[in-house]
Design a protein. Structure first.
Length: 438
């Protein structure tokens, strides 16, 4: 069934201040009828479907001035615009609440519009966006919300902006945690782990207190694996399995490099795992990866390239991009967040898998427990995942996995004070932040 489509509305200002505009008419693409429910009115007023899109003069409304009963909403999203219950059950799904932190940042500037358009959760999934920013970014956050208003996305039913995670995370089913502090001049990596770790400890506590008990959390802000660990340790009432650290951009970059080397389009590349940390110790796995269903090592016979250049190309991609573009890779990161969500809400194609940084407890590979480590996952499309069992290892792969594992264990020691592990002890061997992601 076609999705309701909001068009140029006839509107009226109702003395509530400039942000309180009331939609009086709307139409659907299939010319169905929508109901409009001004808040605090006793009746729903049914508006006929109209295809007339010429600008109409503002119409006076003679009923009591509607006031929002959604104290935390933004502008036009304080008004309810919903389908009649019986239409809703037939066509649209129940509203989902999605929180995005760092919502005024560069990555979010791409991601939010994908979420609101239906590209991520589907064209029948209405969405409430709850935007978390920092104090410094609050005005920019209002700007973002205004752009969302002006985009007239039919599926976008609510927008809330705040700097308080306890407000923003209320009842959320997805939390996309992008906001983090960049590394300041002279700041050691350990310093960044601590400063951002505190943000994720607080956000973990807030999720634990107010989010849906089955919330899915994707941590993007760096260092994302250890931030995800901190977050999940501070949210003991939410399954640890629900927390992810984003390594999908690395997977996508690895697929692109393999496709380029093999001279095939990237849809022919499958079964690519990124093992470990989202840092320069990450391990893009070419042993288990396939091209046209064949092992990569059979298709790319230049094994020296695979062992010596491929990994570096994946790791340095962000840095090269900054040199060309003058800014970091926000658009492709947003795309990879979309990919990561879609991988959890749609069944994984037969025989394939995707990478995600997930909690290691119970993993079948012998990786140390109690850390967040990127591993190969499959999903039935229900938001959950299972780890893939039928992968192979050789000495080359194991050696590198051990190195990235050691790094994550060192990061864990560094943030012990934030995860209930006693006194922190920081012995990070080297700086392994990915170029371009400070
Ligand atoms: N995992 C990945 O694949 C990947 C890829 C690219 C970037 N990153 C990381 O994502 C993060 C965001 O990148 P960006 O380019 O959007 O940065 P950005 O600086 O453009 O945006 C970050 C936003 O977060 C906000 N913020 C800071 N502290 C906050 C807090 N406590 N709560 C809410 N918001 C807060 C800032 O005000 C800013 O608006 C960085 O840490 C970056 O390193 C991760």
């Amino acid at each position: 069934m076609a999705v309701a489509e909001l068009t140029t509305p006839t509107w009226t200002k109702q003395g509530l201040g400039s942000s309180h505009l009331s939609y009086l008419s709307a139409r659907t693409s299939s010319c169905r009828r929508l109901s409009f429910r001004p808040l605090r009115r006793t009746h729903s007023s049914r508006i006929s479907c109209s295809v007339n899109q010429t600008a109409q003069a503002p119409a006076a409304v003679e009923t009591e001035v509607p006031k929002s009963n959604k104290p935390d909403c933004f502008g036009v999203f304080c008004l309810t615009y919903d389908l009649k219950a019986e239409e809703e059950t037939k066509s649209w799904k129940k509203l989902i609440n999605v929180a995005v932190s760092g919502a005024a940042g560069m990555i979010s500037n791409h991601l939010l519009f994908k979420l609101a358009s239906g590209q991520v959760f589907g064209p029948d999934q209405p969405i409430a966006l709850k935007l978390l920013g920092s104090e410094r970014s609050f005005q920019a956050l209002e700007g973002v919300a205004m752009e969302l208003e002006d985009s007239l996305f039919p599926l976008l039913r609510e927008v809330q902006i705040s700097i308080d995670p306890y407000e923003v995370f209320q009842d959320v089913e997805w939390a996309l945690l992008i906001g983090a502090k960049p590394r300041g001049p002279g700041m050691e990596r350990a310093g960044l782990l601590d400063i951002n770790g505190q943000i994720f400890a607080e956000q973990g506590k807030a999720l634990n207190a107010v989010a849906s008990r089955n919330v899915k959390v994707i941590v993007v802000g760096n260092p994302c694996n250890t931030n995800a660990l901190i977050c999940l340790k501070n949210a003991p009432d939410i399954p640890a399995k629900n927390f992810h650290a984003l390594t999908r951009l690395d997977e996508n970059r690895a697929k692109c490099q393999l496709a380029l080397k093999a001279g095939v389009f990237y849809d022919k590349v499958s079964n690519v795992t990124i093992w470990g940390n989202h840092s320069t110790t990450q391990v893009p796995d070419f042993l288990n990866a396939k091209i046209n269903g064949l092992p990569v090592k059979e298709v790319i016979t230049d094994h020296k390239w695979l062992e010596e250049e491929f990994t570096e190309k994946v790791q340095k991609r962000g840095g090269v991009l900054i040199q060309k573009w003058g800014r970091s890779s926000a658009a492709s990161t947003a795309v990879s967040i979309v990919d990561a969500i879609k991988s959890l809400v749609t069944p994984t194609p037969e025989g394939d898998w995707f990478s995600s940084g997930v909690y290691t407890d119970g993993n079948p590979y012998g990786i140390a427990e109690g850390i967040v480590f990127s591993m190969p996952c499959r999903s039935k499309g229900d938001g959950d995942y299972e780890l893939v069992k039928d992968v192979i290892f050789d000495d080359y792969l194991l050696k590198r996995i051990t190195k990235t594992e050691a790094e994550l264990l060192a990061e864990k020691r560094c943030v012990a004070h934030l995860i209930g592990g006693g006194v922190a002890y920081c012995d990070l061997p080297e700086d392994t932040m990915l170029p371009g992601e400070m």
